[in-house]
Design a protein around this ligand. Structure first.
Ligand SMILES: [Zn+2]
Length: 352
C-alpha cells in the first residue's frame, strides 16, 4: 500500500467511531475526499457522501460503514466505578483487563476494565465468562463525585489499542470493521477521479451499521442509486478452530471476496467477477444463502429495489481490538471497485 493511502487509513483508525458517535472519523473522511470529489455533504443522519460525475448513468452507490463496535457509559456507582453497555456485538470474554478510552466533553479519559485477581476467584468463577453488565471501568477516581465531574451517562468508550504492521503485509488494529470499507470507497473515488466515466459515483461513509444497518438505509433512500455495492469485512477462515464445512473458505492475502446469493444482483455479481478477471485482480467467491448482515441487505430493498453487490476484505478476529487484515487485499478491493465502475456502460440492464 502506498504511503499516502496508509496514512489516510491510519488517520481513520485513530478516531473513535462507535455507532452513534461517528463524526470525528467522518471529518477525516470528508477532508480526504474533498480533494477529488465533485461534491461532499453530510446528511442529517450523519452519513458522509461524496460524488463524482453526478449527472452520469447508471447511478452507483458505494457504501463502507465507518462505525465500529464499542461501549457506552451506563451507570456510575458510589465508589466512582463506571458500568457500561455494549454498542454492537462484542464478545464479553475479550472485554475484561483491557485499557479503554472514554470520549467526554472534557476530552479523553483513560481507564481500565477491572477484573478480580485470579487469587480471589473460586474454581467455579475461574471457568465463567463475566456478563457485560457486571464489568466496570476504573478511571482511578476516588468516588462518584469525581467520576461525574469528568464522565457523563451516554459517553462512548473504545478499546485503547493501535495499528501495527505484522509479517507478510498483514496488519492488526481496532475497527478495521469497517474503517477499511469507508477507506476503500474513498480510495476508489480517488482512483476514478479524472477518468472517463459513464456512471455517477456516490461514495458513502455510512453510519450505524453495527446496530442495524441504519445509515445505509437512509443514505440509499436519499441517493436513489441503480446499483449499490457494500464494502465490508468478511470473516476469514484461515486460522485455527474454524469449520470450513460450515462457513466456507476465505483466506487473507487471496484478494477481496465477491458474494453470491439472494442479496446480490446477478448482473452486479457477474460484473464484479468479470472486472476482476479482466484486470487480473485476485478474488475469492463467498456464498451468502440469505440476506447478509451488511449494508447490502438494506440497500437492495430500498424504494422499488436496487441492484446490490457485496465486496469484502477478509478479516480475522472480527469485533475484537486485534482484527487482522491483509493490506494487499485492501488495495485489491479498491482496484476491483475502480475497474468495475470504469467498465460500466450507461445502458447496462440490471434486471436479473
Ligand atoms: Zn461489524
Amino acid at each position: 500500500m502506498k504511503k499516502a493511502s496508509l496514512d489516510f487509513l491510519k488517520a481513520l483508525l485513530e478516531q473513535p467511531s462507535p455507532s452513534g458517535f461517528e463524526q470525528p472519523v467522518q471529518e477525516v473522511w470528508r477532508r480526504q475526499v474533498k480533494k477529488y470529489a465533485d461534491g461532499v455533504r453530510t446528511d442529517v443522519h450523519g452519513n458522509a457522501i461524496a460524488v463524482l460525475n453526478p449527472k452520469g448513468k447508471p447511478r452507483v452507490m458505494l457504501a463502507g460503514h465507518c462505525d465500529e463496535v464499542g461501549f457506552m457509559v451506563n451507570y456510575i456507582n458510589d465508589d466512582g466505578f463506571i458500568y457500561f453497555s455494549a454498542i454492537g456485538g462484542v464478545d464479553p470474554v475479550i472485554v475484561s483487563a483491557r485499557r479503554v478510552k472514554i470520549f467526554t466533553d472534557k476530552g479523553v479519559i483513560h481507564g481500565v476494565v477491572g477484573r478480580k485477581a485470579i487469587h480471589m476467584m473460586d474454581q467455579e468463577e475461574r471457568k465463567k465468562v463475566p456478563e457485560m453488565h457486571k464489568l466496570w471501568v476504573d478511571i482511578g477516581a476516588k468516588d462518584k463525585k469525581e467520576t461525574e465531574k469528568l464522565v457523563a451517562i451516554g459517553d462512548p468508550i473504545i478499546f485503547d489499542t493501535g495499528f501495527q504492521v505484522l509479517r507478510n503485509g498483514l496488519a492488526v488494529g481496532r475497527g478495521f470493521d469497517d474503517r477499511v470499507g469507508s477507506f476503500a470507497v474513498a480510495e476508489t473515488l480517488r482512483l476514478l477521479a479524472g477518468k472517463k466515466l459513464k456512471a455517477a459515483v456516490y461514495a458513502v461513509s455510512t453510519v450505524q451499521e453495527e446496530i442495524g444497518l441504519r445509515g445505509a438505509k437512509t443514505s440509499a433512500f436519499g441517493i436513489d442509486p441503480d446499483v449499490g455495492i457494500a464494502v465490508d469485512v468478511g470473516n476469514a477462515s484461515d486460522h485455527p478452530d474454524v469449520d470450513k464445512q460450515k462457513v466456507g473458505e476465505m483466506k487473507l492475502g487471496k484478494g477481496p471476496s465477491i458474494a453470491r446469493g439472494a442479496n446480490i444482483n446477478p448482473v452486479v455479481g457477474k460484473g464484479l467477477v468479470a472486472a476482476a478477471r479482466k484486470n487480473k485482480i485476485p478474488f475469492q467467491m463467498i456464498g451468502a444463502a440469505r440476506a447478509t448482515g451488511t449494508d447490502a441487505n438494506v440497500i437492495q430493498i430500498t424504494r422499488s429495489g436496487v441492484a446490490a453487490g457485496l465486496v469484502s476484505v477478509p478479516n480475522r478476529y472480527m469485533h475484537t481490538p486485534v482484527e487482522v487484515i491483509s493490506l494487499d487485499d485492501l488495495d485489491n478491493t479498491c482496484k476491483l471497485l475502480t475497474a468495475y465502475i470504469i467498465g460500466l456502460s450507461s445502458t447496462v440492464d440490471f434486471t436479473p
